[in-house]
Design a protein around this ligand. Structure first.
Ligand SMILES: [Zn+2]
Length: 307
């Protein structure tokens, strides 16, 4: 015999399951509708006022009345964090990954108020960019890896991915951004690399060649999240600038900072070197913005007002 209280519990559990499954379907449908809408628009090749090329960073500004507690956006399944810049105005950095498909999409922005959320949609067009092809010849030992080295490379990549997963909700940077070292560009962001005759992943940073030992400075304020000696990237530093923005400095000869250290914009973090897979002294400068691989010089090109 089933006790009344058990039935109540059972019914309660079932109701909760029904509620959760309906909730799930609604969310799923809403998500699907959103992406289908984006794809349709992409097919129509309509362009929006807000547009940028693959690898670009865009400064997006939105207005919301009153005082929302929190403003956050979603673009192609990536977060876009917003921060107040003036009364009722909010800005956010949107990163277009160098391999995002060209087309027209929507950045959905949610503002949370005490009486519920309000939403806005910003139309964004991604334009195709033709990145150059770079052919490199490297020693076999740097390209054909043994099992132990492959394991090491995989573990190192996993460690770096973990760092990017944690998007700290506090903005530590203030515009504008700095070039970490002045020199000659020896490897362009986005170039399609052919190493020893075989196509590889596109280059996700800028290579700036400079004499060994030249100081490298932080492009903006932040917290040192990782210092490492990795097989490909050599001695490296990753700085978390908050709101999903990270900068990377690789192939350093010396590292001056430690993990967890607060760093100011323009503060030296190390020196140019040729550690890891490098053919000569240079800085590999990379940026991740909410998971997107973006061109560091695109960040420098942004005209900041009061950010
Ligand atoms: Zn590089």
């Amino acid at each position: 015999m089933v006790k009344r209280s058990d039935m109540g519990n059972h019914r309660g559990t079932w109701s909760m399951r029904w509620f959760l499954s309906v909730g799930w379907i609604l969310i799923w449908t809403w998500g699907c509708g959103t992406s289908a809408y984006s794809a349709d628009e992409a097919n129509q090749s309509r362009t929006c006022q807000t547009r940028g090329a693959q690898g670009d960073v865009l400064l997006i500004s939105v207005t919301f009345d009153g005082a929302p507690q929190h403003v956050k956006g979603t673009f192609l399944d990536r977060s876009v964090w917003f921060f107040p810049i003036a009364s009722g105005r909010y800005a956010g950095l949107l990163g277009i990954d160098l391999q995002d498909d060209p087309g027209t999409y929507h950045l959905l922005v949610h503002a949370d108020y005490s009486d519920g959320p309000r939403r806005k949609s910003v139309c964004v067009t991604i334009l195709k960019k033709d990145y150059p092809v770079q052919r490199l010849t490297l020693p076999k030992s740097m390209v054909e890896l043994d099992q132990a080295t492959l394991r090491r490379v995989r573990d190192e990549a996993q460690r770096v991915r973990q760092i990017f997963k944690h998007e700290s909700p506090v903005r530590l940077w203030r515009g504008p951004f700095l070039e970490p070292v002045h020199g000659v560009i020896s490897g362009r962001f986005g170039s399609r690399r052919i190493i020893n005759g075989f196509p590889r992943s596109p280059h996700s940073g800028e290579d700036i060649a400079a004499p060994q030992g030249t100081p490298v400075v932080a492009m903006n304020s932040g917290v040192v999240r990782l210092t490492m000696n990795h097989f490909f990237t050599g001695n490296g530093v990753i700085i978390d600038h908050g709101l999903g923005l990270f900068s990377m400095y690789f192939h350093l000869s010396d590292i001056f900072v430690r993990e967890g250290q607060r760093i100011a914009k323009g503060e030296p973090i190390g020196t140019v070197g040729a550690t890891g897979r490098a053919t000569g002294p240079h800085l590999h400068w990379g940026i991740r913005l909410n998971g997107a691989r973006v061109d560091p010089y695109s960040l420098l090109a942004i005209a900041f007002e009061k950010t």
